[in-house]
Every structure is written in C-alpha cells, then in structure tokens.
Design a protein around this ligand. Structure first.
Ligand SMILES: Cc1ncc(COP(=O)(O)O)c(C=O)c1O
Length: 379
C-alpha cells in the first residue's frame, strides 16, 4: 500500500488490519460486560495457544520484560539460585533481573549464534540444584532456537521449576506447556502472535501456583501474581486498570491464531523462514546463526564485506521495509529480519526484492531475480 512501511524487525511485527480495527474500537469501562468477555477470550485463547488445559494465564499491562520479572520474582526468593541458560542478550537479561532481586544467577552461556548443548545443562545440574532454570526459547539477538525438549529431558524428575521465555517464539514455534511440563511460559503479544505491544503474558502451572501460594510474600507489588489472580479468575474484578484496547486487540489476534490453526500457523512460519533463507543465500548473504539452531521467527544475517549497516538499512527502508540492526558483539556486522506473526508470501517477496535492490544499489553484484527464484519453491 502507498505510504505504508513494512516493519520487518523481530518485533513488533506488522499488525493485521483486523487487529488494528479491534484496537481502534472505543475504549470501554474495564468492567463493561463486552470487555470482560473479550478479556476472558484473550485468557482462554492464550492458554490454548500454549497447549494447556489447566495452567493459570495472566495478562497484565506491560512488556515482555515485566513477564520475565513476574516469572522470576514469584518463583525464586532472594538468596536462592537460578540457572540461566543464555543464547544472547535476552537470556542474559534474566541474570540482570535476578541480580535486581538478590537472586543468585548462574549463567550458562553459548557462543553467540550457537546453542548450549543439553550435556552442558546436565553438567551444571549435576553440580547442585537450583530453585529454577530459565530458558529463552528464541533469543532475538542471535536468532538461536534453544533445544528445549533436550533440556527438558535432562530436567525430568528434578526439583527445578522451568521458566520458558517465549517472547520471540509463542505463536510461531510450537510450545506444548502441559506435555512439556513447563512451570511458567512467559511471552509478549507483539511478535509471533501478531498483536500490538502492551501486555505481559504469563502462564503458570498448578505446581508454580502452589509454589507461589506457599510463600507468604514476594518482593513485588504490581508483579505479584496473587494480587492479579482474582482478576484472571473473574475479569470483571479490579486490581489495576487493564489496557482495555490492547486486550481487545489481543483477543482478536488470538482468534486469528486459532482460526488459522496451530499446525498451519507453525508450518507457515517454517515455510516463510525457508523461503527467506533460500532467497538470502541466493544473494550471497550468510546467516549468523548456526544451521542446527535457527529459529523460524527471525533471521540474523551478516552484512557483506564493504557494506555498512546504516547504508544498507537506509536503502532497504527506501524500498519500503524496515529491518533491525545487530545487537551486542554483532552490532554493525549483521542485520535482523523478523518473519513472524501474520506475514504472508507477499511480504517475503517484497522484502527479498528490497534487499536485492539495496545490495545492487550499494555496488554488490547480485543476479536480478535470483532471490525470488530461490524463495518461490518454498512459498
Ligand atoms: C526473547 C525476548 N525476551 C524478552 C524480551 C523483552 O520484551 P519487551 O521488550 O517487551 O520488554 C524480548 C524483546 O524483544 C525478547 O525478544
């Protein structure tokens, strides 16, 4: 569409007009029956997305970082130990969060772009137990997909509570909360769920809720799940004014998720990821993330020799697509391309065309049409 820019960063992802229409509905009272029903549907839709029958969902105004804080502060007491399995910037954030609450974090970090092997997790656990283990399902800084099921195999029968950060995964990569026996799955609406940012989403297992209830207090007020529980059980109750419009938009986004169907949605994410990778490869671009641990929700791509990040992303933006820069050690050396949420083959084609044209404009030799020809068989 004329004057429209495709936001292809790894979150927020482009928001479908159906969801924008929901967001633009007049703001109602937070106890209006119509809103209470939307809130209920958002809670139920979120739990179903995570493939759980019994876990307790929480939807609270805030960001993914708040969801991380809610998970940690409700389950791990100051002075206790947590094992943080980190594949980059967002994994490391659990370490910072823990430090802020006097929790001892033991960081098990991969090289950027690689995954921590399950054996390394087993080795840390063999040396002693922890109150909880945090795993970032997809680290948005490195594009690394954690081998969650292999970690869970190692954690089977152990006392640690398992906290999974799905902010860059939920809705695009399968997460089986009940079958995997997770204790908390935290996420955000603005990535693979395809809704606008504004809420923190958490799902607590019965075990996690029992764990919280056994503690008389936690060092939090807004993040204390016990204060929110009455609202989540009956969304007509008040604790702190919910972000009415964002919750209505989330409810619509989740209806779209379930109308598409989870298997179809995950298959679409896998298809778009394959198409992007094939197209980028045809342009001579190399992915930063190891082949064995690449997420379907984003690609982290090395810039070719002689091309600066600023010049490249400016060229791509002039062709209608916004990409993100690299973080931490790959800042200036790589760009990040989000391919999650409600994007279709049309966006894949547009963005590959924009990247191809930008490389050519910057003097890189590319075969015109090569990216689209390589991507097309996957779409
Ligand atoms: C994996 C992951 N966890 C947590 C966060 C934090 O979310 P927010 O920026 O909404 O606070 C992000 C944000 O990009 C993320 O990618």
């Amino acid at each position: 569409m004329i004057n429209e820019t495709l936001t292809m960063i790894p979150g927020p992802s482009p928001v479908h007009t159906r969801i924008l229409d929901a967001l633009a509905q007049p703001t109602t009272s937070h106890v209006a029956p119509s809103f209470v029903e939307e809130f209920r549907q958002a809670l139920a839709g979120f739990r179903a997305l995570c493939q759980s029958e019994t876990a307790q969902p929480f939807i609270v105004a805030g960001g993914g970082t708040l969801a991380m804080e809610i998970a940690l502060v409700n389950l791990v007491a100051p002075g206790e130990r947590v094992l943080v399995v980190s594949h980059g910037y967002f994994g490391d954030r659990f370490g910072d969060l823990a430090a802020s609450f006097g929790i001892q974090a033991d960081l098990l970090k991969s090289e950027w772009g690689q995954a921590v092997p399950a054996e390394a997790v087993a080795a840390r656990l063999a040396a002693g137990s922890y109150a909880a283990v945090t795993i970032t399902h997809v680290d948005t800084s490195t594009g690394t997909l954690a081998p969650v099921e292999a970690y869970l195999e190692v954690l089977k029968g152990r006392p640690e509570l398992v906290i999974l950060d799905g902010v860059c995964a939920t809705g695009g990569v399968e997460e089986k909360f009940d079958a995997w026996k997770l204790d908390v799955l935290l996420t955000g609406p603005q990535k693979a769920i395809g809704a606008p940012p504004g809420v923190a989403l958490c799902l607590f297992s019965e075990k996690a809720m029992a764990h919280r209830k056994a503690r008389t207090s936690v060092p939090a007020y807004y993040s204390d799940v016990m204060r929110w529980l009455p609202v989540m059980l009956d969304p007509g109750k008040y604790y702190s004014t919910p972000c009415v419009n964002e919750i209505v938009a989330l409810a619509e986004a989740l209806r779209m998720v379930h109308a598409e169907g989870l298997p179809a949605r995950f298959a679409r994410h896998a298809r778009n990821a394959r198409a992007f990778r094939a197209g980028l490869d045809a342009l001579g671009l190399k992915l930063f993330t190891d082949a064995g641990c690449r997420a379907d929700t984003l690609s982290v791509v090395l810039l070719p020799e002689g091309v600066t990040d600023a010049a490249f992303r400016k060229e791509v933006a002039s062709r209608g697509a916004v990409l993100a820069g690299g973080l931490g050690p790959i800042a200036g050396k790589a760009f990040r391309l989000g391919h999650m949420g409600n994007i279709s083959a049309a966006e894949v084609v547009t963005v590959l065309g924009a990247i191809e044209g930008s490389l050519a404009a910057l003097g890189i030799s590319v075969t015109p049409g090569a990216a689209l020809a390589a991507a097309a068989p996957h779409l």
